[in-house]
Design a protein around this ligand. Structure first.
Ligand code: FAD
Length: 526
């Protein structure tokens, strides 16, 4: 590890435009091998992510390795500057903007260190992009299970930070389900390996008079003291991305400190290396696209698909379909869609053989017919048939983001619902009422199989009533009669990033300015 010379910093760095920023930059340049950028242009670039928020960072560092990350945390601590880890910056709730020293892990720390096909494991640096990992693992018929729509730019570090999950999460789970061990930098710049340990090993590690030692001492104690609350208080709904995963500390008779920090949004540790497990790539995939006269009718058809072990069930509503029809790249859509549906449901089945996958598809088509769900089912079996279907399905959010008219944009302030799928239809009906009351329109799309819908109301934040409507609408959706299991990732992440005694980051970004741009990510996912 780079030896960090003590840096004199008698006064904390002001949150913004600090007079001591040049000193911090100079200290970082002395200690890090990676670049350090405190110029206005870089700070402007890093003031945005894919969310509607904009906050200029104090500066940006591009660590080359774990030593650089540790050195940056040590130097930032001397100046009392918060630290904010960043991967692809595709977060939707403002997680990667803040008045902090941003550590961009994507530029240099992007190596796949090892793939072990036998044990189905991969060891990666945090800046590895998911598609790159999948290309490498694909040679052995494996892939990373959590398949986000942003897989061509989302990094493993960011996925661990967000506890990301994708279309097939009902089959493959979330990132938290695939993390085996993490090498991390803690808030005192010390390094630690977080992994599942036996009770004996826990006791051994807990004996160390270090921050890592105190984590191994204190966390099991906290979990034990609050065992009942953890068992009963965590939502039963499994696709959760918010909060610290105290419910994951106990694992296989041991203690798993790695999974505990997945989803902690960079507030607990800076991840410098990850050991993740891989899943076998599906051998055969077939798809059904149900055509429906309303979003409610589409949601009601989800159950039949789930009963047949669908690997994904996704909704696209009329707002997105209309946008797709206007784009040249989606012109094939008009040749495959039957009539003028108000909503489409894309159902994916995997199988070891074509026969297995097709029999599920046949079963669904028959069930939808018998139960009166929808008026047409498109079968996409060949690779060519699936290509056009997938293009549209994956582009939901991209299409929405690109549909901005001037300053009227689809904004993510009630994004990523976490609703028990059984209540999804009720949720959408009530949420639509709230939108109507505030004269807002929205596009709906997402994963009905797991109750995760992306809802993006169109709002003009440059108008005085714009942000008021946003705030009222969000308050009502949280407080009102929506099903009590509902929560949103955005609503948890746009609050303050609490400083943590165990954390590498003390980014206290209490105020977030709304940006009038939808961020720096390329909106091609969905
Ligand atoms: C069009 C679009 C579609 C999307 N679709 C999906 C989807 O299908 N599923 C889904 O889950 N999400 C989705 N997202 C959200 C986002 O793309 C994913 O969560 C993605 O995995 C984030 O990766 P990233 O590299 O961009 O992370 P970032 O946004 O850079 O960071 C994410 C979080 O991780 C933290 N972090 C980053 N690196 C580290 C590190 N080394 N150590 C500790 N903390 C770190 C950050 O501080 C932040 O809190 C979508 C976003 C967009 C714009």
């Amino acid at each position: 590890m780079t030896k960090t010379a003590p840096v004199s910093a008698s006064h904390p760095l002001p949150q913004r435009d600090g007079a001591r920023a040049p000193d911090l930059a100079a200290a970082l340049r002395r200690e890090l091998r990676g670049e350090v950028a405190f110029d206005d242009y870089s700070r402007h670039l890093f003031s945005r992510d894919a969310s509607m928020y904009s906050i200029e960072p104090i500066g940006v560092a591009f660590p080359r390795d774990a030593d650089d990350v540790a050195a940056a945390v040590a130097v930032a601590a001397e100046f009392e500057a918060p630290v904010l880890s960043r991967g692809g910056g595709t977060s939707l709730a403002g997680q990667t903007v803040g008045a902090a020293l941003v550590l961009d892990m994507s530029r240099h720390m992007d190596r796949i260190l090892e793939i072990d096909p036998e044990r189905r494991l991969a060891r990666v640096q945090p800046g590895v992009v998911q598609d790159d990992l999948n290309r490498a693992a694909g040679k052995a018929g494996l892939m990373f299970g959590a398949d986000t729509s942003t897989s061509n730019r989302a990094t493993l570090g960011g996925m661990i930070g967000n506890n990301s999950a994708g279309s097939h999460s009902v089959r493959f789970g979330m990132t938290v389900d695939h993390v085996e061990a993490l090498d991390v930098v803690l808030s005192d710049a010390s390094r630690a390996r977080l992994e599942t340990v036996s009770a004996d090993e826990l006791a051994r590690r807990a004996g160390a008079q270090t921050l890592e030692g105190s984590l191994h001492r204190e966390l099991p104690r906290i979990v034990e003291a609050h065992r009942e609350g953890i068992e009963t208080g965590f939502p039963k709904f499994w696709r959760q991305a918010g909060g610290y995963r105290l419910d994951r500390l106990l694992r296989d008779g041991g203690y798993d400190l790695a999974r505990l920090v997945v989803g902690s949004e960079g507030t607990l540790v800076a991840v410098t290396e990850a050991l993740v497990d891989l899943v076998p790539m599906p051998k055969v995939r077939v798809m059904a696209v149900g055509h429906f006269e309303s979003t409610q009718a589409a949601l009601a058809a989800t159950g039949d698909a789930m009963e047949r072990d669908a690997a994904a069930v996704e909704l696209l509503d009329h707002a997105i379909l209309e946008l797709a029809k206007q784009k040249r790249e989606f012109r094939e859509l008009s040749t495959i869609i039957e009539g003028d549906p108000n909503a489409l449901v894309f159902v994916t089945f995997f199988g070891d053989t074509e026969q297995e996958a097709l029999s599920a598809l046949d079963g669904l088509e028959a069930a939808w017919k018998t139960n009166g769900h929808g008026y047409h089912t498109l079968r996409a079996v060949s690779a060519a048939e699936q290509a056009a279907v997938l293009l549209v399905r994956k582009s939901g959010l991209g299409l929405l983001m690109a549909s901005s008219q001037g300053s009227r944009r689809p904004l993510a302030f009630v994004e990523d619902t976490a609703v028990d799928p059984a209540h999804l239809s009720e949720y959408v009906a009530k949420f639509t009422e709230i939108l109507d009351r505030h004269e807002l329109e929205a596009g709906y799309y997402g994963h009905c199989s797991v109750g995760c819908l992306h809802i993006r109301p169109f709002v003009d934040l440059t108008k005085p009533h714009g942000s008021r409507r946003c705030a009222r609408c969000r308050r009502r959706s949280v407080r009102s009669s929506l099903p009590s299991t509902a929560s949103t990732r955005a609503s948890t992440a746009t609050g303050s990033r609490a400083a943590s005694s165990t954390g590498a980051s003390s980014a206290t970004t209490s105020t977030r300015r709304c940006a009038t741009s939808s961020g720096c990510s390329t909106p091609t996912g969905g």
